[in-house]
Design a protein around this ligand. Structure first.
Ligand code: FES
Length: 115
């Protein structure tokens, strides 16, 4: 077995997976696309570029299985999950989490205060 301490450094400093999954209307779990996730993901990608953030990636993702809490997004390598419902929410995650290395507790799905 290879020693995991020899792993290379992460290629991206922050790798975002933003769910843009679509389901047919009336599905009991709904979907993130019905909550404007495509527009929000595209906004996040453009805004990150505008902010000049380096070594980050904002990927579209299929269903992340947290549909009821969507629009769903997860940021690696930390594995922190957020619900972003507006451009203001996206701005806050970009600035506080990705740029400054903090957390936006009010948007975190698993925030310590929600346990
Ligand atoms: S549809 Fe987005 S998490 Fe399932």
């Amino acid at each position: 077995m290879t020693d995991p301490s020899n792993d290379p450094a992460p290629f991206y400093r922050a790798h975002v997976f933003f769910c843009v999954n679509e389901r047919e209307g009336g599905h009991p779990r709904s979907c993130c696309l019905a909550k404007d996730s495509q527009e929000l993901r595209d906004y996040m990608k453009a805004k990150a570029k505008e902010m000049g953030l380096k070594r980050i990636r904002i990927n579209s993702a299929g269903c992340l299985d947290r549909c009821e809490q969507g629009p769903s997004m997860v940021i690696y390598p930390e594995g922190v999950w957020y619900t972003c419902k507006s451009k203001q929410d996206v701005d806050e995650v970009l600035e506080a989490h990705i740029r400054d290395g903090g957390r936006v507790e009010r948007l975190m799905m698993d925030a310590p205060s929600k346990k």
